[in-house]
Write a protein that binds this ligand. Structure first.
Ligand SMILES: Cc1ncc(C[n+]2csc(CCOP(=O)(O)OP(=O)(O)O)c2C)c(N)n1
Length: 196
């Protein structure tokens, strides 16, 4: 089994998660599956800045190399470019995992491998409303959980409608509201959704 696990940068600061980067020390590439951690650095935990988004890039790379990974970056805010970049980076990471496992299964497990990981940098609330009530929302802590309240405000309802329609639900669901069989959905489970 291969698990691609997306970890928020806020979540990554919590004690249990911060220590769990070391779980790679317990993986046996001969008989175990693998985990591909994807650290999602969007800069904010609720209303506060995250440490991992504020340290220099060299320090971030050194930190994860120190944990035993080889980090690759996927960074940007253009969805089409980011999709291609993520696909190519995932392909490389999966090839590397397969190589590690094949080598260990053929030649034996002699030395702990350096597993790949991905550092994804994208704006907080990416593809959500860019501005609400004249205040920046996408790319800001304001996009956490509920980017705008007070739905009696007609302007807010319009923003919500435009935002949800931007995901083109007609291409994903049929007339009865069922997911179309040719639609593949990837769901990013955020800390908020997990707790909610
Ligand atoms: C155990 C626990 N402590 C605190 C919270 C409150 N909480 C909800 S979201 C959040 C911040 C999460 O930040 P991040 O992982 O960066 O999520 P993202 O910005 O991607 O939504 C916190 C602290 C929680 N849900 N669970």
């Amino acid at each position: 089994m291969l698990v691609a696990c997306v970890v928020g940068d806020g979540e990554a600061e919590t004690g249990p998660l911060a220590t769990s980067w070391h779980s790679n020390k317990f993986l046996n590439p001969v008989r175990d599956g693998a985990v591909l951690p994807i650290l999602h650095v969007n800069g904010y935990k609720i209303a506060g800045p995250t440490v991992l988004a504020r340290i220099p890039r060299g320090e971030l790379v050194a930190l994860f190399r120190g944990y035993g990974y080889t980090p690759s970056f996927v960074e940007g805010d253009d969805p089409a470019k980011m999709h291609r970049l993520m696909a190519a980076t995932l392909d490389r990471a999966l090839d590397k995992i397969r190589l590690i496992q094949r080598d260990a299964r053929k030649n034996g497990f002699r030395r702990r491998p350096r597993w790949p990981m991905i550092i994804l940098r994208s704006p907080k609330g990416w593809t959500g409303p860019k501005v609400v009530d004249g205040k920046p929302t996408e790319g800001s802590w304001r996009s956490h959980q509920v980017p705008m309240g007070d739905m009696s405000h007609p302007g807010h309802l319009k923003i919500l409608e435009k935002w949800l329609k931007s995901y083109r639900p007609r291409e994903l669901f049929d007339k009865t509201g069922k997911l179309r069989s040719d639609a593949i959905c990837f769901c990013r489970i955020s800390a908020t959704m997990r707790s909610g």
